[in-house]
Write a protein that binds this ligand. Structure first.
Ligand code: NDP
Ligand code: 2IT
Length: 444
């Protein structure tokens, strides 16, 4: 297999999908040598079967807004691979959603889920519906219309969706409610459910906490820890909030958070009380991050990302390609020692090269943000055994899983000069398990 040739062919077959090429290109380049050590892979064209999703479901979603206007959006579910378990992955509601973005996310999810050690395949879904500015009833009607189409393609042993951008506990609740009505069954088909109806404790916290547990493991390799470190966080949603919470618990100082309109910089640090304000602002009032600057009298920079600020650590937790090459160079020049991705593919390919050439600690999202889907996997286990575990137990397992993922990255990613290439480590470790399962299951 020649990575560049495979990529060129995929570009020709599937035109206009830049995010998909970006994610696939990164994986193929890093697994190329390992793949070619196994001639049996090439004999069964494993690479194409691995890069092209098993199935793409695409549908129109029709709903009525509060003014009585009939609206349409597109809905999708990309079932990428069920080689090691039922399809599993989040649902994203954002105006930018398109097949390229969902294909990259489903592809990444397959490797991420493999790394968790739990039996989950990879999928992603979503819609170009934007919840921003919509009433609660509009969101509910949209979720119901979305599931009215999707429900035939999912199930507890088939495909188990969860949240992502624009989809949190509220939206999962609405989708689960409609799914239950249509199937007349109470099953664990969604994760991230409310805690009163099968949701796991610590699922809301899991991606952010897991990201910081992974960061701790990376820092340990250089005799460092989070205590006393200054941290730039982007985003102000689920992942950003609980990343910030864990950094605070460990004695770090959070200087920035952001949303799609701009970022705030608080030189005194976002403390517990201020973080509670952000959680209320974002989760209950659905306001803008600028309101934080108005309330606490700190700096707000409109239409900008926080990467120009000076700090020890950067934790991107908003969206894909939110750190470009120049921003990466600025972070490195300002002395950043570690970048751990809470978001999926937040760094462009150029940014990744900058971090790696500077030999700083850098981990791609498919390893560092795997805590969310890991606890989703634990939610599936709890639903299957019809029991729920304590917060301590789930958190303990999450911590253990993140440490194991770190160990896998080190195993496959350590370079001759001692530098740990977490991109290579995560990709090879994730890939080998899926590849072995595919080989064992024949040509399907
Ligand atoms: P949320 O919707 O809760 O929050 C997203 C945050 O990012 C918001 O602050 C939002 O700002 C900002 N944002 C979204 N899109 C853009 C954009 N195009 N440009 C700038 N800012 C943007 O989502 P999550 O916190 O759940 O997800 C954040 C990231 O983490 C995503 O990459 C997601 O794929 C990834 N992830 C999520 C997991 C989960 O369990 N939820 C698990 C693993 C990864 P605004 O309010 O203005 O829209
Ligand atoms: O990107 C991700 O890992 C998620 N959005 C969570 C997926 C899940 O099934 O919990």
């Amino acid at each position: 297999m020649k990575a560049e040739e495979v990529l060129a062919q995929l570009k020709e077959r599937f035109p206009g999908e830049p995010e998909y090429y970006q994610a696939v290109g990164e994986v193929l380049r890093t697994i190329e040598d390992e793949y070619n050590r196994h001639p049996e892979f090439e004999e069964t064209n494993l690479v194409e079967r691995l890069c092209i999703p098993d199935r793409i479901v695409q549908f129109r979603v029709t709903w009525t807004d509060d003014a009585g206007r009939v609206r349409t959006n597109m809905g999708y579910r990309i079932q990428h691979s069920n080689a090691i378990g039922p399809y599993k992955g989040g649902i994203r509601f954002h105006a930018s959603v398109n097949p390229s973005i969902l294909k990259f996310l489903a592809f990444e999810q397959t490797f991420k889920n493999s790394l968790t050690t739990l039996p989950m395949g990879g999928a992603k879904g979503g819609s170009d519906f934007s919840p921003r500015g919509k009433s609660k009833n509009e969101v509910m009607r949209f979720c119901q219309a979305f599931v009215t189409e999707l429900w035939r393609n999912i199930g507890p042993d088939t495909d188990v969706p969860a949240g992502d951008i624009g989809v949190g506990g509220r939206e999962v609740g609405f989708m689960f409610g409609m799914y239950k009505k249509l199937t007349r069954e109470f099953t664990g088909t969604f994760t991230g459910k409310g805690r009163d109806f099968g949701g796991s404790l610590i699922r809301p916290e899991a991606t952010g906490y897991g990201n910081v547990y992974f960061l701790q493991e990376m820092l340990k390799t250089r005799g460092e820890d989070v205590k006393g470190k200054s941290v730039l966080i982007s985003g102000a949603g689920n992942v950003a909030q609980y990343t910030a919470e864990k950094v605070l618990q460990l004695g770090g100082k959070v200087l920035t958070m952001s949303d799609s309109d701009g970022y705030i910089y608080d030189p005194d640090g976002i403390d517990r009380e201020k973080l509670d304000y952000i959680m209320e602002l974002k989760n209950d009032y659905r306001g803008r991050i600028k309101e934080y600057a108005d309330k606490y009298g700190c700096k707000y920079v409109a239409k900008a990302r926080p990467w120009g600020e000076k700090a020890d650590i950067a934790l991107p937790c908003a969206t894909q390609n939110e750190i470009n090459g120049d921003e990466a160079r600025t972070l490195v020049a300002n002395g950043v020692i570690a970048v751990s991705e809470g978001a999926n593919m937040p760094s462009t390919a150029e940014a990744v090269s900058v971090f790696q050439e500077a030999r700083i600690l850098y981990c791609p999202g498919k390893a560092s943000n795997a805590g969310g889907v890991s606890v989703s996997g634990l939610e599936m286990s709890q639903n299957s055994e019809r029991l729920s575990w304590s917060a301590e137990e789930v958190d303990h397992r999450l911590h253990e899983i993140m440490c194991n993922i770190h160990a896998s990255c080190v195993k496959y990613g350590r370079q001759p000069d001692g530098y740990i290439d977490y991109v290579k480590g995560a990709n090879i470790a994730g890939f080998m398990k899926v590849a072995r399962a595919m080989m064992a299951q024949g040509i399907v």
